[in-house]
Write a protein that binds this ligand. Structure first.
Ligand code: DPP
Ligand code: ZN
Length: 844
């Protein structure tokens, strides 16, 4: 397979002035005719006129009305064209009902829908399918479906047809079409300049009652983007469609966002608090793309972080504003460490702006998205809020309507702030997580922090240069009072010291407040200091981090040294959980132990070989100890945080439920599931029901409830996904693979539906002790199914190969077993480009 390089970028040799498309819909033989106005591009002369096109049956092609015979290959076509503006016309046939890759035009539960990012439009018609080619689109849809939607504004409709026009030039990846017998949840929004916008969420009949929450989230997002970024919506209508079969979470197509139904449909009976929060965030994310992604797009796919890093950062700001800022930050850091650090410290490590790829779908990663967002956050900390928004205003003013690069983005910041960002730019080019080592000295009232940074080698990047690290620090005096408020230290050298003078006593430092840079902090500390920070730090993030440090230390001693659960940790946790002034959501987070994967990463980092089974057992032992240490407090928390009245998904009641349910999961270890069973029986919402079911599963006492749950919910795909996933997630490690293997025999298992496939196999690969069980059964089962899925859906297959990315961390037996499975996948005949690239990168 060919590799594409950033360094090889060249503009397309033609510009596209306008695009007209007509779709005559039919499941097995949809006809797409295109009429496209091309003109030679003075900035990009090329000899050969090449249009992308894959899996298309070309019926006819014309230039300026005269038939032509292009040279067609599996990747596209070339054709002789005039050295002047011309009109290209083509008719192709495609088969949406046979499209299981879910890229291009496909069918999901009887409806037509599209997914074009990154390179799906080439499966719809011949086109220069690259983000720097932008044009207006006019689309006519012919078919009997009740509802026919495309981008932009509706211009005409009648019996059997609908026409749409999108006045904003856009790249083909933002094209969308939907047709089906859908129903809508309508609303409207008036922009701050008084423009009336029609809003709709379109769903299959029966799902109408699950749209209200998403609609409110959309209106909040529209308002927030006006207030915080000064961005208004720019069409007469904004449509969202829920689709059951979707490879990703959602897609920001201009004026016609398409969502995985799991990321938009919500009701108290079927969605958990976590689902509600995620839906609100994804609706915001896709809406925010209208400016950061659509109005200003990417020049090429290497610049993906330009829109994704920024948009993730924006949606995180939104969630922080709508809910709790510290809780959002802590959740994001947990996620970053779990997914991005794992990627950044293994064979799949790549820069936020990669320099080459074979299949761009493989680069929709935690690094591009989440580390990309961290980079924006660091930039904002470094320049300050005012300068940040000044730079953003300049970005929108200067680049509206353009396809841009990271260089354009940084140039705007340099100009708006007068800063030189050439060293900062390394965050975009250097892969790997920097290690930040800290030591301290104290002399004559001066406290000095000595920092040293180093980034380990990553594939293709043996040597690393120092990066710009914004390090937020506060100092706390021995009596617990803050003596130096949060101060931003800007580290640029490999080694650098910062002194604080005029102090009366040696302070305790609170370093990397708010997790101000995505680094691994390495500092000698002890539990007394951690407990001190847990009690006194004014920075909620570091307060949580101190507790996590205590828990981690205690678990590491149990795993590596056979120690008993640390009573100092249990005592400190008891104190924190008893503090009724603290947000219940914060306390629920504090009660969660570091994940199995987090512990495995840490052991590996300390040159020890993680034993997934032992890690699982020690975490279980610790949770037993927690339950036995504080039964009265847990009872109290459980009862005090029950939320009376009608279910509301807001942050306040959700936080109480999170704390009560965290207490319940420990109490279940003491009461044989009595309280959980009662909660299951009386629950009137999915959060309470699922929490109770999880508790019962964890003690292997959920047989009756599991059956009842299935009977009750079998008609609801999204709830049944939860039913599949929980059984795998809560199986004992020796039974995880067998549980998954049994579930795929269930009549409701459907490998063509990515949500269902992920419900089983995502849960398998995210259960470390089960997936890495010494039998190797987990590895083999996953490989079997990835091989089955690849011919149908390469994108989801490739993404799930990442389960094997940590293979070199483990003992020789496990390594050998994983390598065997990876090689078995790699050897498959006709393996997709997606999966083949992933397997070869993981094998290294
Ligand atoms: N661009 C989508 C998103 O991240 C993913 N295809 O919103
Ligand atoms: Zn996005």
């Amino acid at each position: 397979h060919d590799t594409v390089y950033l360094a090889d970028y060249a503009p397309f040799g033609w510009t596209v002035e306008e695009v007209h498309l007509t779709f005559r819909l039919s499941p097995d033989a949809t006809r797409v005719t295109s009429r496209i106005r091309f003109a030679p591009n003075p900035e990009g002369r090329q000899d050969r006129f090449f249009l992308h096109g894959e899996q298309l049956k070309l019926i006819e092609a014309k230039i300026d009305g005269a038939p032509v015979s292009p040279e067609v290959t599996p990747r596209g076509l070339t054709c002789d064209v005039p050295d002047a503006p011309f009109t290209w016309e083509a008719e192709v046939e495609i088969a949406p009902a046979q499209n299981f890759a879910l890229e291009g035009l496909y069918m999901s539960n009887g409806m037509y829908c599209t997914q074009c990012e990154a390179e799906g439009f080439r499966k719809i018609t011949y086109y220069p399918d690259r983000p720097d080619v932008m044009s207006t689109f006019t689309v006519r849809i012919e078919g009997d479906e009740k509802v026919k939607l495309a981008n932009g504004n509706p211009v005409d409709s009648g019996a059997g047809f609908a026409e749409w026009h999108d006045p904003w030039p856009k790249p083909a990846y933002l094209f969308a079409l939907v047709a089906g017998d859908l129903v809508n949840h309508p609303d409207s929004f008036t922009t701050r300049s008084g423009k009336q916008v029609e809003l709709n969420i379109w769903v299959r009949p029966g799902d109408e009652d699950k749209c209200a929450f998403g609609m409110e989230a959309l209106k909040k997002s529209m308002k927030w983007d006006e207030e915080v970024y000064g961005r208004e919506y720019d069409l007469d209508i904004f449509n969202i469609v829920a689709v059951d079969d979707f490879n990703m979470g959602a897609m920001e197509n201009k004026g016609l966002n398409i969502f995985n139904s799991s990321c938009v449909l919500a009701s108290p009976e079927t969605s958990t608090d976590a689902n509600f929060e995620r839906i609100e965030a994804i609706i915001a994310h896709e809406y925010f793309h209208n400016w950061t992604g659509n109005r200003i797009t990417c020049r090429d796919w290497f610049q993906l972080c330009l829109k994704e890093g920024l948009t993730v950062f924006r949606d995180a700001q939104f969630t922080a504003d709508m809910r709790s800022e510290p809780v959002k930050r802590i959740g994001d850091v947990i996620d970053l460490r779990a997914r991005q650090f794992r990627e950044d410290n293994g064979p799949l490590a790549h820069p936020v702006r990669p320099e080459s790829f074979q299949e761009i779908n493989n680069f929709y990663t935690a690094t591009v998205y989440e580390k990309g967002a961290e980079v924006i956050g660091m930039l904002k900390r470094l320049v300050g809020d005012d300068e940040y928004y000044k730079a953003l205003d300049l970005y929108f003013a200067r680049h509206d309507g353009q396809a841009c690069t990271i260089e354009d983005w940084l140039a705007v910041f340099e100009e708006a702030t007068g800063r030189d960002l050439s060293q900062f730019k390394r965050w975009y080019s250097q892969a790997g997580t920097p290690r930040l080592h800290v030591t301290e000295t104290w002399e004559d009232g001066t406290f000095t922090l000595h920092f040293r940074q180093e980034t380990p080698a990553t594939p293709g990047q043996p040597e690393k240069q120092p990066q710009v690290l914004p390090i937020e620090v506060g100092l706390i005096g021995p009596n617990g009072d803050e003596v130096v408020e949060t101060t931003l230290l800007e580290m640029t050298e490999a080694e650098q010291s910062f002194a604080f003078t005029g102090l009366g006593a040696r302070p305790v430092p609170s370093i990397l407040r708010g997790f101000s840079a995505p680094v691994i902090l390495q500092r000698e500390t002890d539990n007394a200091e951690r407990a001190f920070l847990m009690a006194h730090d004014t920075d909620p993030y570091n307060r949580w981090e101190a507790g996590r440090g205590l828990a981690k230390q205690a678990l590491m001693r149990m795993i590596a040294g056979g120690a008993a659960p640390d009573e100092a940790y249990l005592g400190a946790l008891h104190t924190l959980l008893s503090d009724e002034t603290l947000d219940p959501a914060f306390r629920a987070l504090a009660m969660a132990l570091p994940s199995e994967d987090d512990l495995a990463q840490t052991l590996h980092e300390s040159s020890m070989t993680p034993d997934p089974q032992r890690i699982w057992e020690k975490r279980e032992e610790m949770r037993d100890a927690m339950a036995r240490w504080m039964p009265d407090l847990l009872e109290k928390l459980f009862h005090a945080h029950q939320v009376p009245g009608t279910y509301q998904p807001d942050a306040g009641p959700a936080a109480s439920r999170a704390l009560a349910n965290a207490a319940l999961s420990l109490l279940t270890r003491l009461d044989g599931g009595e309280k959980a069973r009662a909660q299951y029986a009386s629950a009137d919402n999915m959060t309470q029901q699922l929490a109770a079911l999880s508790c019962l599963l964890s003690i292997d006492a959920a047989k009756g409830e599991l059956a009842a749950f299935y009977d009750h919910w079998q008609a609801d795909r999204l709830v049944i996904d939860k039913w599949f996933s929980l059984q795998v997630a809560y199986a004992k490690p020796a039974e995880t693979a067998a549980t998954a293997a049994a579930l795929v025999e269930h009549p409701d298992f459907d490998m063509k539906n990515p949500n269902r496939f992920r419900a089983v196999f995502g849960a398998l690969s995210m259960s470390p002790a089960g997936f890495h069980h010494a039998s190797g059964a987990g590895y083999e089962l996953l490989a079997d199914w990835l091989l089955k899925l690849d011919p149908l859906n390469p994108q989801t297959t490739a993404r799930m190969c990442a389960a094997f990315q940590t293979w070199r961390r483990f003992d020789a037996d496990r390594q050998a077993m994983m390598k065997t499975q990876l090689e078995r996948i790699g050897a498959q005949q006709d393996l997709s480009r997606d999966t083949s690239e992933m397997v070869s990168r993981i094998l290294g």
